[in-house]
Design a protein around this ligand. Structure first.
Ligand SMILES: Nc1ncnc2c1ncn2[C@@H]1O[C@H](COP(=O)(O)OP(=O)(O)OP(=O)(O)O)[C@@H](O)[C@H]1O
Ligand SMILES: [Mg+2]
Length: 790
């Protein structure tokens, strides 16, 4: 669209804004009047409309004043014709029957996809047509610059104009173009015309226009043709029409959108806002004393809260603080250990209570605010904790956003910057692809359970070292037992083989971190391990106060070394957004607007409808939806019960754990006492299948304990028995790992139930393929997969 037209259009919008703001009527509209549904701020040129949606911020314009790409580009840029996506529009004019899908209002906002956001009305015809059309558009704008007035005129017109066939066709084309305009669909959202209702609204508007329009307007519009300019000309008239014709639809959609409002999360915690809190950010790399210093303040305080990213770390602090003579209780999803007279609590961050008042709270690993799934727990703790002093420990990646949040909340921010006690040294020699080169005090890091065991078995077979193992699926008690075994000088276990589960905060006697590989499966494909994670893990080497204060790191293979060095040299990426997730009450409010909707759908639609400020994202909850789907068949659960069951810690890929969760929920729904109905293995595992079985049994017990903390005791009465079983299994797991000497079975072997002949240590084929692929990319040579024997 030409600049001139944009200017005229903008002035026309501006005049509408002035009219609305100057009309007393605007302020005195009845509750049912849609205009009263649109906040006055929407009409202020200083306040672009900010309906924040998950897919973008600042998308909505204030009837032309906002940062909507399409509109502002008509004024400032190239006329908004740079993108064209008309084909992506799902619905076309005349689809009234499809106005509402079976879910009613729900899809209105949610399904506007990125392509629709592009200005679909950008395919103006080229050449002479385009010039003519632009001139016609300018003329049209000049003639009817007051679109509100035009709407009034149309409305008052009683005589239907007679149109020629070609005019009729072109008008239909123009309205077809209007329906497909992503720009118009998005602008319409600002007055709460949802996406699925938009085509109907345009269709009704077209009928109104054909019924009422004077022939001169029709002819002028026909000259402009089915273009961006025509859509922009008609849009303000369309707005007037919608406001008068669809008050109920607008109101309904507005209430759905508002019930999914996650904007201004700082205001969710009025008590914390009423306090003048002091936030101390202990900012620095790993092993620089951040947690140590924050804990010093925690222990000095008359009462305090330590929030940990891991159960294991919460236990470590609980032990350490009690050992120093300060009574401290422990609170995790699975266990509550109340120490008499204690005024200090060590908890996992998900368990934070924003009701208690503390003198000092510590939030460890604050950069986890940006974690796609768990970030909301850190955000909630920072925004909601009622503490005079809050100590944040973390790397610099969230410093800037914490500054922003503190400016919003009015809290005082003090920054304390740290350096690593001793620099981490990269050993350039690497292990030259041979696990025989491991040394005492090494921690070999692998990124899958299978690789961990293969490495352990290979090291133990081909060297004199013995290995402890730590990985995510092990209970924290077993991880702790393995960590202690490794830290203890008095035994033969001098090498640790671990996954990224050792990455956070733990203090281990590691001399050198050796990366077995630097790629991992992300649930979809094998990808390089992110630099921030590599730094965290490598930072486990050479902790102050440990046997090895000088830290070393290297890789198994020479070809991985460059990537390791690159990661360690990379500065921390600045985080732009942190996670949020609605409280149950917010979900409940939303559910009330969309009755009879399945819970998994409800969560999905909340995700699509929710509004967020620019500094926040909605945390992923795919696993919650999967559990919700499974529990759909369980009848008689209240929304809150369902919410609690869906958030239970369960590995959705473990059918046994899923089955037990289903059983727990069904028993609970019948108001019967939930039992575990699971036998206890008599001895430690003799092979990997038995080890996996122990792991999944522990997961089930841990889930029971977690649920027992969410529901009443009468529903989960066997807590003591389950705790004892969990402790036994954790011990059996520890024993099994200490004894483990079996060879890992391949998938085919497990299926066939037969073992291949022993052929020594072999790197897993997935890794061989990956290494060869890298070599291929680097050197352009194709190698046959080689057997790497140590
Ligand atoms: N001033 C100190 N005096 C004695 N020991 C200290 C001191 N500061 C830190 N340490 C010890 O150094 C080790 C590393 O400190 P800390 O755990 O606080 O590091 P961090 O910066 O939090 O590391 P990470 O990022 O890995 O969590 C710990 O064992 C801690 O007890
Ligand atoms: Mg720390």
């Amino acid at each position: 669209m030409a600049r001139g037209v944009g200017g005229v259009l903008r002035r026309a919008y501006a005049s509408r804004v002035r009219i609305l703001l100057s009309t007393r009527k605007f302020h005195t509209f009845r509750e049912t009047d849609c205009r009263s549904l649109v906040p006055t701020s929407r009409f202020s040129s200083d306040n672009p409309v900010r309906i924040h949606l998950p897919w973008n911020d600042y998308r909505f314009g204030c009837f032309g004043f906002g940062k909507v790409r399409g509109f502002s580009s008509t004024v400032d840029n190239n006329g908004g014709n740079d993108e064209s996506d008309t084909e992506d529009c799902e619905e076309s004019l005349g689809s009234e029957s499809e106005d509402y899908d079976e879910e009613g209002v729900i899809n209105e906002l949610g399904d506007v996809d990125e392509s629709l956001v592009n200005d679909s009305a950008s395919s103006e015809t080229d050449g002479n047509n385009s010039v003519e059309s632009s001139e016609a558009a300018r003329a049209l704008d000049a003639r009817y610059h007051d679109r509100v007035e035009l709407y009034r005129e149309l409305k008052g017109n009683e005589v239907r104009s007679k149109l020629q066939r070609s005019e009729w066709d072109t008008i239909h084309e123009i309205f077809g173009f209007f329906t497909q305009s992503g720009w118009a669909a998005n602008q319409a959202l600002a007055i709460y015309i949802g996406k699925s209702f938009f085509p109907t609204a345009v269709s009704k508007f077209r009928d109104f226009f054909l019924e009422k329009c004077k022939i001169e307007v029709v002819q002028d519009l026909v000259r402009v043709g089915p273009t961006d300019a025509a859509v922009r000309f008609l849009f303000p008239v369309f707005v007037e029409f919608c406001i008068e014709e669809f008050p109920d639809e607008i109101k309904r959609f507005k209430s759905v959108v508002e019930s999914a409002d996650l904007t201004k999360p700082a205001t969710w915690f009025p008590f914390a806002r009423a306090m003048k809190r002091k936030i101390v950010y202990h900012c620095g790399p790993t092993n620089s004393g951040k947690t140590y210093n924050a804990l010093q303040r925690f222990m000095e305080a008359k009462n305090g809260l330590y929030c940990s990213p891991l159960r294991l770390l919460a236990m470590e602090v609980f032990d350490k603080v009690n050992a120093l003579g300060i009574y401290c209780s422990l609170l995790t999803g699975q266990e509550k250990k109340h120490v008499p007279f204690s005024r200090h609590v060590s908890c996992t961050v998900e368990m934070v209570s924003t009701d208690e008042l503390y003198e000092v709270a510590v939030i460890d690993e604050i950069q986890m605010m940006a974690d796609p799934s768990r970030g909301h727990a850190w955000t909630k703790a920072l925004l909601g904790l009622k503490a005079d002093e809050i100590h944040l420990c973390g790397d610099p990646s969230v410093l800037e956003i914490v500054r922003k949040i503190c400016a919003d909340t009015g809290d005082e921010l003090v920054e304390e910057h740290y350096e690593r006690f001793k620099p981490l040294v990269v050993e350039a020699k690497t292990l030259l692809g041979d696990l025989k080169n491991v040394k005492s005090g090494d921690c070999v890091v692998a990124f899958s359970r299978r690789e961990i065991f293969e490495v352990k078995m290979a090291i133990e077979k081909h060297t004199n070292h013995r290995c402890c193992v730590i990985y995510g699926a092990l209970p924290p008690e077993t991880r702790r037992q393995q960590a202690n075994l490794f830290n203890d000088q008095e035994n033969e276990y001098d090498v640790l083989v671990a996954s990224d589960a050792v990455g956070m905060g733990l203090n281990l006697n590691i001399r050198r971190v050796v990366f077995y590989s630097l790629s991992k499966y992300n649930g979809d494909k094998v990808v390089p391990v992110p630099a921030s994670q590599v730094k965290q893990i490598a930072g486990r080497a050479g902790r102050r106060g440990s046997r090895y204060p000088d830290g070393l790191t290297t890789t198994l293979h020479l070809e991985d070394l460059t990537y390791l060095i690159e990661c360690l040299q990379q500065p921390f990426d600045e985080v732009k957004k942190v996670g949020l997730f609605p409280f149950f009450e917010q979900i409940e409010l939303f559910a009330a607007k969309v009755p009879d909707m399945a819970f998994s759908k409800l969560l999905e639609h909340f995700g699509k409808h929710c509004r967020l400020d620019g500094s926040y994202f909605l945390c992923r909850h795919d696993h919650v939806k999967k559990v919700a789907n499974m529990l759909e068949k369980v009848e008689g659960l209240s929304l809150e019960d369902r919410f609690n069951f869906c958030f239970a810690p369960v590995n959705i890929r473990n059918p046994k754990a899923m089955y037990h969760l289903y059983r727990f929920a069904s028993t609970y729904s019948q108001d019967m006492p939930v039992n575990v109905a699971m036998g206890m293995p008599k001895s430690s595992a003799r092979n990997d299948t038995e080890l996996l079985d122990l792991e999944s049994r522990h997961q089930v017990l841990s889930m029971y304990l977690w649920l027992s903390n969410q529901f009443e005791e009468k529903n989960f009465p066997f807590v003591e028995k389950v705790e004892a079983m969990a402790t036994n299994i954790a011990e059996l797991l520890g024993e099994s790992l200490t004894k483990a000497s079996w060879k890992m079975e391949t998938k085919e072997e497990i299926i066939k139930g037969q073992k291949k002949e022993d052929r020594g240590y072999e790197r897993p084929s997935s890794l061989i393929k990956l290494v060869n692929k890298r070599k291929e990319e680097k050197f352009g040579v194709k190698e046959n997969p080689k057997k790497v024997t140590t």
